[in-house]
Design a binder for this molecule. Structure first.
Ligand SMILES: Nc1nc2c(ncn2[C@@H]2O[C@H](COP(=O)(O)OP(=O)(O)O)[C@@H](O)[C@H]2O)c(=O)[nH]1
Ligand SMILES: [Mg+2]
Length: 238
């Protein structure tokens, strides 16, 4: 895909480093792909170590570049992925709503996140494979929602196959961080926030971003704007 100059030259106000964590097979790579490319992933391969992709989104009038690190969940890669926790603005903690053990193991993941990330890091609990909820759901929505509240995390359920809610965890987290910056609670200049300023041609400084007019789309592929305007750049992790 051709990238326009605006997308290619990194004209964004903030870059937010994001990592996607959780047990192997929970759908981390499919979610990342669906969000970045605006369509389901057709081929599944095991992630080795860490993959990186990025996408630009707009929150109000603020351009955000999400730099997304998709990690491998297997235990043998944990020491590799732990190295990526530091300096992370957003953590997506992923479990599979059809596999209870992927939910019960979340505490271990959360403990790592808590120990290794900044106090401003936004954690989003993400239940995947929502398209299979009818017959196969093993984790109740309310139970997961309660877990998220107890751990100070945001929460949503998604399907990377239908596209339902795939942008929600990213938008929720970005919006929460921007609100923190706007309110003066978060200083991007502080060490290890995982928040970086964009270049001089960005809208930062020209206008104060407003989050009031943003809404979270939660539609599936048919009505999602993701299919129309995926501003993506694979393999760009600077
Ligand atoms: N039904 C359904 N299957 C999914 C979904 N997301 C991922 N999968 C399947 O789950 C398996 C693991 O997905 P993958 O993204 O590789 O998991 P990862 O190991 O966490 O990166 C694959 O067979 C995917 O096709 C989803 O939203 N719905
Ligand atoms: Mg993977």
């Amino acid at each position: 895909m051709e990238l326009s100059a605006k997308e290619d030259l990194g004209s964004y106000d903030y870059l937010l480093k994001t990592i996607v964590l959780g047990e192997s097979g929970t759908g981390k790579s499919c979610l990342t792909h669906a969000f970045v490319h605006g369509k389901p992933k057709t081929r599944t391969t095991h992630t080795i170590g860490v993959d990186c992709m990025s996408r630009l989104i707009e929150v109000g009038s603020t351009n955000i570049k999400l730099q997304i690190w998709d990690t491998a969940g297997q235990e043998r890669f944990r020491s590799v992925t732990r190295g990526y926790y530091r300096g992370t603005a957003i953590v997506l903690l992923v479990y599979d709503i059809t596999k209870r053990d992927t939910f019960t193991s979340l505490t271990t993941w959360f403990d790592d996140v808590h120990a290794l990330t900044s106090r401003h890091t936004v954690v989003v609990l993400v239940g995947t494979k929502l398209d299979r909820e009818m017959d196969e759901r093993e984790v109740d929505f309310l139970e997961a929602s309660h877990w998220a509240a107890q751990h100070g995390a945001l929460f949503t359920e998604v399907s990377s196959f239908t596209g339902e809610n795939v942008q929600v965890p990213f938008e929720l987290a970005a919006r929460s961080l921007l609100l923190g910056i706007e309110a003066g609670r978060i200083n991007p200049d502080e060490a290890d926030t995982g928040i970086f300023y964009g270049g001089p041609s960005t809208s930062r400084g020209r206008s104060h971003f407003s989050l009031a007019d943003t809404s979270l789309a939660s539609d599936d592929w048919r009505s999602s704007d993701l299919t129309a305007t995926p501003k993506t750049r694979r393999g760009c992790c600077t």
